[in-house]
Ligand binder design. Structure first.
Ligand code: AP5
Ligand code: MG
Length: 223
């Protein structure tokens, strides 16, 4: 078994549970969790130039242009010593050009496994409809699984709200773009022998255990 955490990418359509599981996996392995959507939402919340630039894409459910996303990811991954210990990428890469750029950026830290977290679209839509997120730390809740106190985040005490891009129109566009732009990544990573599938239906705890089991198998094979 390796003495570092995994180099892991979580793929999966909107509402599959990437964010929910990526933060648990990062905590479990003591590695960084990089979610491009969270980075962009934080930038919008803070009113930075990046936030201003990306908001018009996000609110419509469009993808942020590759050059902006790649710039952000390159900066985080090349300036972080923590990358050596491992990482969980959530929502990146989302296009083939992003995946190719990731290979260049991570030349010294090749991926161990890319997991397609698979849920049917009807379940994903139900999850998104009830999703609520913390405006500050991005912790994710659901109307069926709310914070302890009236929509106040359990982790940081900030407000928990519905995401601006969780409108029906933007969600349908995001799902459409997933089919067009992100599905080709499944083939891209299968050809590289990195792809694994995990069923995202069912209890969050069971999904987490399946993910850990999949990661452990790959890391044992690679050791
Ligand atoms: P991003 O923030 O990545 O959103 P997304 O891709 O639309 O994915 P979601 O966050 O909707 O789904 P998730 O799989 O994380 O589900 P979650 O864990 O929240 O991106 C947003 C936007 O940013 C994009 O549209 C784009 O504009 C831009 N962007 C980001 N990255 C980009 C990139 N690389 N390139 C270009 N543009 C980019 O779970 C959903 C709900 O289900 C929650 O309420 C949760 O509590 C609940 N839930 C989770 N698991 C379970 C379970 N097992 N059972 C029951 N409920 C569950
Ligand atoms: Mg997410």
């Amino acid at each position: 078994m390796s003495d570092r955490g995994p180099h892991l990418v979580l793929l999966g359509k909107q509402g599959a549970g990437k964010g929910t599981q990526a933060s648990r996996l990062a905590e479990h392995y003591g590695v960084i969790h990089l979610a491009t959507g969270d980075v962009f939402r934080a930038a919008i919340n803070e009113g930075t130039e990046l936030g201003f630039e990306v908001q018009r894409y996000m609110d419509r459910g469009e993808l942020v242009p590759d050059e902006i996303v790649i710039g952000v990811v390159r900066e985080v991954l090349t300036n972080s010593d923590a990358v050596k210990r491992g990482f969980v990428l959530d929502g990146f890469p989302r296009t083939v050009p992003q995946a190719k750029e990731l290979e260049r950026v991570l030349a010294d830290f090749p991926l161990d496994v890319v997991i397609d977290l698979d849920v049917p679209t009807e379940i994903a839509l139900h999850r998104i409809a009830g999703r609520r997120v913390c405006v500050q730390c991005q912790t994710t809740y659901h109307v069926d699984n709310p914070p302890k106190e009236d929509w106040i985040c359990d982790v940081c005490g900030s407000d928990v709200v519905q995401r601006d891009d969780d409108t029906e129109e933007a969600v349908m566009r995001r799902l459409e773009l997933w089919e067009i732009q992100t599905l080709p990544l499944i083939h891209f990573y299968r050809r590289r022998g990195l792809l694994a599938h995990v069923d995202g239906i069912g209890d969050s705890e069971d999904v987490f255990e399946s993910l850990v089991a999949t990661v452990e198998v790959r890391m044992t094979e690679d050791a």
